[in-house]
Design a protein around this ligand. Structure first.
Ligand SMILES: *[C@@H]1O[C@H](CO)[C@@H](O)[C@H](O)[C@H]1NC(C)=O
Ligand SMILES: *[C@@H]1O[C@H](CO)[C@@H](O)[C@H](O)[C@H]1NC(C)=O
Ligand SMILES: *[C@@H]1O[C@H](CO)[C@@H](O)[C@H](O)[C@H]1NC(C)=O
Ligand SMILES: *[C@@H]1O[C@H](CO)[C@@H](O)[C@H](O)[C@H]1NC(C)=O
Ligand SMILES: *[C@@H]1O[C@H](CO)[C@@H](O)[C@H](O)[C@H]1NC(C)=O
Ligand SMILES: *[C@@H]1O[C@H](CO)[C@@H](O)[C@H](O)[C@H]1NC(C)=O
Ligand SMILES: *[C@@H]1O[C@H](CO)[C@@H](O)[C@H](O)[C@H]1NC(C)=O
Ligand SMILES: *[C@@H]1O[C@H](CO)[C@@H](O)[C@H](O)[C@H]1NC(C)=O
Ligand SMILES: *[C@@H]1O[C@H](CO)[C@@H](O)[C@H](O)[C@H]1NC(C)=O
Length: 440
């Protein structure tokens, strides 16, 4: 009786956690304070406006902005124009016909701004600019978690009482997913000069905070998890249709690896539209967790991440995994590691990412489209067990997106754990009842 009941508990916990995943709030349990803050520092007043430094600061532990990069948009409240920009550019000039000579850089009421590309001439560069809109995550590379540019605004007012902050700020990174709050007038930023002997300060500073929601970003998941172990030959695949169904017209198309290169053409650029290899799960990313070996005091896991998308090289990819044994992770091969402690007392969440110039890029689908690592954990005798799927992860995120897990009752079993949850009609009834309760 003991075994079915704990399996049943695991199942209920799973249902509860599912319920947490489909919440629509912009709140991430593993990164509760994560946000992107956009700061406008007015540095000087000009004849008809001001010059400001705009800084996009990614305070998210593991969610980054990858190629083709961020796009920042807003609505001017008055008749502002952008005279000039350094370190970024507006995508459209708009209608500047009111100006006779000396045309502004952009006259649109709702400008959209993008970063410049690497290799921009020096006179158009600014601190932290010109990375094609790529911003790294805070945990992975804080020095590159910033992007900034300078903007000269005209027809805006020239005092702190007459200028108006941009409204309805939108951040695409690169697709949808972020929603930004209104600009707040905050204490002016203080800058320290390079000799560190003097502080200067902005004339006026606005902050706005953008938060991410997987629900806003897209309706379908983008990755799934498969499982296996040395003690059971069963490989538990990703759930069928995790990210879409092969036979559904909505899911778009998938291709056979043999013809993928023909379909893709030779653009050699990341494309937001995936071109998937046909699989039963239809996910661009699969994470495989294999319980490889058990030693007397340690046990070993092999993690493999496979790319099934022919249209994307994932640069600066990262993985977040939750497992109760991460508090005793002893050794890790070929990945970087950082413990994440969203709740100070629980140390069960790890962020893993590739080593620079070695495997920090997960190549497009094909023979090179995977990265692997092995993790060595020290057994804690009071907690450790291979029973009841304990050795498998509780959650996996790839690039900040939650991966679809197989249902816990399918996890590989220890050979002697023969009793099955499904054999008791009473349990089925109880579970059905509870699931209905939870989903209400
Ligand atoms: C944004 O994140 C930073 C760093 O985690 C935090 O200090 C700040 O309070 C957050 N802002 C909001 C509005 O949540
Ligand atoms: C504008 O500047 C004056 C001093 O020049 C200051 O007293 C006031 O608080 C500022 N107002 C705002 C909205 O920043
Ligand atoms: C900002 O968006 C809201 C809601 O979409 C709209 O009502 C408002 O007019 C917009 N503000 C500006 C300045 O465009
Ligand atoms: C404004 O944003 C910056 C980061 O860009 C942050 O350091 C600062 O604390 C923020 N100020 C407020 C009042 O939130
Ligand atoms: C599509 O395939 C899935 C899994 O193979 C199956 O469950 C579903 O019934 C199929 N749908 C249609 C419309 O054929
Ligand atoms: C991915 O990188 C490889 C090698 O650098 C390149 O040949 C390929 O075109 C790239 N694919 C995409 C989709 O960017
Ligand atoms: C969490 O566990 C890891 C691995 O044992 C350890 O390196 C790290 O210091 C721990 N962090 C905390 C806050 O306990
Ligand atoms: C595992 O980690 C916990 C918390 O860091 C520690 O108290 C415990 O002694 C460790 N167990 C072993 C076997 O190292
Ligand atoms: C392996 O695990 C599966 C569940 O995924 C179970 O059906 C099977 O009986 C197990 N095999 C053995 C030899 O216990």
């Amino acid at each position: 009786m003991d075994i079915p009941f704990s399996r049943f508990l695991v199942f209920v916990l799973f249902l509860l956690s599912c319920n947490r995943f489909i919440t629509t709030e912009a709140y991430d349990a593993l990164d509760p304070n994560g946000n992107i803050t956009i700061k406008w520092d007015i540095i000087s007043w000009t004849a008809d406006g001001y010059v400001a430094t705009v800084t996009i600061h990614n305070f998210q532990q593991y969610r980054h902005i990858q190629s083709p990069g961020w796009q920042l948009g807003w609505t001017w409240l008055k008749k502002e124009v952008i005279w000039d920009m350094v370190g970024a550019q507006a995508t459209e000039q708009g209608d500047c016909s009111k100006f006779k000579s000396n045309l502004p850089h952009c006259c649109k009421k709702t400008p959209t701004v993008v970063d410049l590309l690497p290799g921009t001439p020096y006179n158009k560069q600014f601190n932290n600019c010109c990375r094609g809109g790529v911003i790294n995550s805070w945990a992975q590379d804080p020095a590159n978690a910033i992007s900034s540019f300078q903007i000269s605004v005209g027809q805006s007012g020239t005092t702190n009482k007459t200028v108006r902050a941009p409204r309805n700020v939108t951040l695409k990174a690169p697709g949808p997913g972020y929603s930004c709050g209104p600009a707040k007038n905050v204490a002016p930023t203080k800058f320290i000069t390079t000799d560190k002997l003097r502080k200067t300060q902005a004339l006026m500073t606005w902050n706005m905070t953008c938060t991410y929601s997987q629900f806003l970003a897209r309706k379908t998941p983008t990755c799934c998890v498969s499982l296996s172990s040395f003690y059971n030959q069963t490989i538990v695949p990703c759930p069928t249709c995790s990210c879409g169904c092969q036979n559904s017209s909505l899911a778009g198309t998938c291709v056979d690896p043999k013809i993928a290169s023909v379909v893709r053409g030779t653009s050699g650029k990341n494309n937001l539209e995936p071109l998937l290899q046909c699989t039963q799960h239809m996910c661009p990313i699969r994470v495989h967790w294999h319980v490889k070996t058990s030693y007397k005091e340690y046990w070993r896991v092999k993690v493999t991440i496979t790319n099934f998308n022919f249209n994307m090289n994932y640069t600066q990819w990262n993985l977040v995994a939750q497992h109760p044994n991460f508090d005793n992770l002893t050794q890790l091969f070929s990945f970087n590691y950082k413990p994440l402690n969203p709740y100070a007392d629980i140390n069960d969440t790890a962020m893993l990412w590739g080593i620079k110039f070695y495997n920090d890029m997960l190549s497009q689908a094909g023979p090179l489209g995977n990265v692997q690592s092995e993790l060595l954990f020290r057994k804690n005798p009071s907690k450790f067990t291979f029973d009841k799927g304990w050795a498998f992860p509780r959650r996996i995120y790839f690039n900040g997106d939650n991966c679809v897990m197989p249902p816990p009752d399918l996890y590989p079993w220890l050979p002697n754990a023969a009793q099955n949850l499904g054999t008791s009609p009473f349990m089925i009834l109880l579970i059905t009842f509870l699931s209905v309760l939870i989903l209400m």
